[in-house]
Design a protein. Structure first.
Length: 646
């Protein structure tokens, strides 16, 4: 019995050894290559190589935005999260390197940690960075990554940028202080630089750290690609992305392609794929023209905007919005800029603010009525100074004594309200909207800038949703003079002028020399005689006695180029703050009030090369001719001097 037990025991032991031998043979021979590759991979890691962002140029290859070398102040994740393991390790390293005891090592750690916190707070304050928000964003991002892979991630062992874009002087000072910190470092980086500061800031746009929502929108998921592809293409926490303007519109072009290095410990580079810099873009704007037009607005203390288009190509030559802001200091001043709800410096007025177009709309109303057959070039409509309804005087003309009987050309020249009330009455609100939409009103201008808005038109649906059907006649009258339910951006008005200058050919404007969104093109069904009648009226506005801008242009002196234009003055709601909470606009609560002054047109008369729109906000005396007219006069002269009339 005893011997049998021994034999069974030995047999079991033998089977165990045979099984172990078989398993070892399987692991070393059959699966040897697989496990050797795993072992190699455990000693390897992949580091991303960041790509520099493409340069933005103006039409004459002047640099508007570029990447330049700088440094970032970084903090290790362990310090940011106050990870207990990381803290213990730092204290142990201090004790080992400085040959001190545990208590002294802890004192040194605490002193350095406090120095690090103070340094980070100072740098963040100087750069306009919300340190608490930055810390929470990094910790939240790492937590999300850990949840996805269900394990520790390399971001827990990395230093994360907290304050970006430090210049050389700040970096030198900072490096001298790092010895007395813990978990802090300064790394080479690059930042966006804007040589012209505030010039064209709204067109160029800003960059900023990618948000969680943007990452969710742009990034590939685990199911869509492998890890290496995601590392090369996905936006990483803290990475820069275009937030507005051309920086956002052309993000895919400017961003470039990240590279990588596959490294085996302790530093052997196994594979290196260089980053590919982002491609450059060339905008159609002329930054020198932009500067001169900006000076025209700011020298008069105005807020508003100026748009200039090339008629032959539909290119935006200048698009000034005042007030503006310096792109280089934008982050530091962000809170102040955001809180300025009166001047609203971050608003791109040329494409993102809808104004009542005032009497500039009369040129569109005239062509709409002519094209629809509601009037002809010779139709005469009487202006007694008001439009009579139910024996009451409503909708007065600016000339209270009236203009008498006028043709469409004469009505444009003298900007007669009553004539165009009657034009609107013949077309109806929906008819006005249908024709105005052909000139680009009520739709996005088409440059692709993310700030673009459509404006409003009294379409049938618009009236049904927002107005009582009985108000449609009044809507039509008001639309014809650019008030009431119609609003437009200055870019839309300028492009409508370009459409007239091109004999009824509409092309959506562009801000980039190559690429960009597809452009809309359409030929409006307008006869040559229709167009000539309106052009003659716009010519008379500027060049003939009785024209609403004749006095202004005459006093400023002759121009080489004859201008066709249209003045406009639109009632504008005041800016007010309900300080006493009664819901009423009390006089003492009104901050800014006045009208919107317009001058829009094209030049030269017989061979149009530019179309433009000038807007001056909250004028308190005079109209479009007196306030926007002088700017338009100088604009035409400057464009001649700079060669844009050839």
């Amino acid at each position: 019995m005893y011997r049998l037990r021994i034999k069974i025991f030995l047999a079991i032991i033998g089977l165990v050894f045979v099984g172990m031998a078989a398993r070892l043979w399987y692991l070393q021979v059959v699966q040897g290559d697989y496990y050797r590759s795993l072992a190699r991979l455990s000693l390897e890691h992949v580091d991303p190589l960041h790509a520099s962002r493409g340069t933005i140029y103006d039409r004459n290859r002047k640099i508007l935005a570029m990447d330049e070398p700088c440094h970032d102040f970084c903090l290790e994740y362990g310090f940011l999260a106050q990870d207990a393991r990381w803290v213990r390790r730092q204290k142990s390293l201090i004790a080992l390197r400085m040959n001190v005891g545990r208590n002294e090592a802890e004192e040194i750690y605490n002193r350095r940690a406090e120095n690090t916190r103070r340094l980070a707070e100072r740098l963040a304050g100087e750069s306009g960075v919300d340190l608490t928000a930055a810390r929470e964003r990094i910790i939240h991002r790492v937590a999300r990554l850990r949840q996805i892979v269900n394990m520790d991630v390399r971001e827990q062992r990395q230093a994360h940028p907290i304050v970006r874009g430090l210049d050389d002087a700040a970096t030198l000072t900072l490096k001298e202080q790092l010895d007395e910190t813990i978990g802090a470092s300064v790394v080479q980086s690059h930042r966006r630089s804007y040589p012209f500061g505030s010039l064209a800031c709204h067109i160029i746009g800003v960059t900023g750290q990618v948000s969680e929502e943007e990452q969710d929108h742009h990034n590939l998921t685990k199911d869509q690609s492998d890890e290496l592809t995601r590392m090369l293409q996905n936006y990483q926490d803290g990475e820069i992305i275009g937030k507005s303007g051309a920086e956002r519109l052309f993000e895919g072009t400017l961003r470039g392609q990240r590279g990588y290095q596959r490294i085996r410990q302790p530093g052997e580079i196994l594979e290196s794929v260089p980053a590919v810099a982002g491609r450059d873009i060339h905008l159609t704007i002329d930054v020198e023209l932009q500067a001169k037009l900006r000076e025209l607005l700011t020298s008069g203390g105005h807020t508003g905007c100026v748009v200039v288009l090339s008629v032959p190509k539909g290119e935006v030559l200048a698009m000034v919005s005042v007030p503006d802001y310096d792109l280089n200091t934008y982050r530091r001043e962000y809170n102040r800029l955001l809180q300025d709800t009166v001047d609203v410096p971050m608003l791109h007025r040329a494409v993102a603010r809808c104004y009542p177009p005032g009497s500039t709309m009369k040129a569109i109303a005239a062509l709409s009525a002519l094209g629809a057959g509601a009037i002809t070039e010779s139709t005469g409509l009487d202006c007694p100074g008001f439009l009579r309804e139910s024996d009451r005087e409503h909708f007065r003309c600016w000339n209270r004594s009236g203009h008498g009987e006028l043709s469409v050309t004469q009505a444009l020249k003298q900007s007669c309200n009553v004539f165009f009330y009657k034009v609107g009455d013949r077309l109806g609100a929906s008819g006005m909207a249908e024709w105005a939409s052909l000139f680009g009103f009520g739709e996005l201008p088409g440059t692709g800038l993310p700030e673009e808005v459509c404006g409003t038109l009294p379409t049938a649906d618009f009236i049904r949703r927002r107005y009582d059907r009985r108000t449609e006649p009044a809507d039509a009258w008001l639309t014809a003079i650019g008030q009431g339910p119609v609003t437009a951006t200055p870019l839309q008005v300028a492009n409508a002028m370009a459409t007239i200058a091109k004999d009824g050919v509409f092309d959506s404007p562009t801000i980039v020399a190559e690429g960009g969104p597809d452009r809309n093109h359409r030929k409006l069904k307008l006869s040559a005689s229709n167009l000539q009648a309106v052009k003659d009226g716009m010519y008379g506005v500027v060049n003939e006695p009785g024209g609403t801008a004749y006095k202004t242009f005459s006093e400023l002196g002759p121009l080489e180029d004859k201008v066709c234009g249209k003045t406009g003055t639109a009632q504008t709601p005041p800016i007010w703050r309900d300080l006493n909470g009664n819901g009423r606009q009390d006089p003492e609560e009104i901050i800014r009030s006045g009208s919107t002054a317009w001058f829009a047109g094209f030049a030269p008369y017989h061979n149009p090369r530019i179309a433009f729109a000038v807007v001056v906000e909250y004028v308190t005396t005079g109209g479009g001719g007196q306030n926007a007219g002088p700017i338009a006069h100088s604009l035409v002269r400057i464009c001649r001097e700079m060669g844009y009339m050839r």
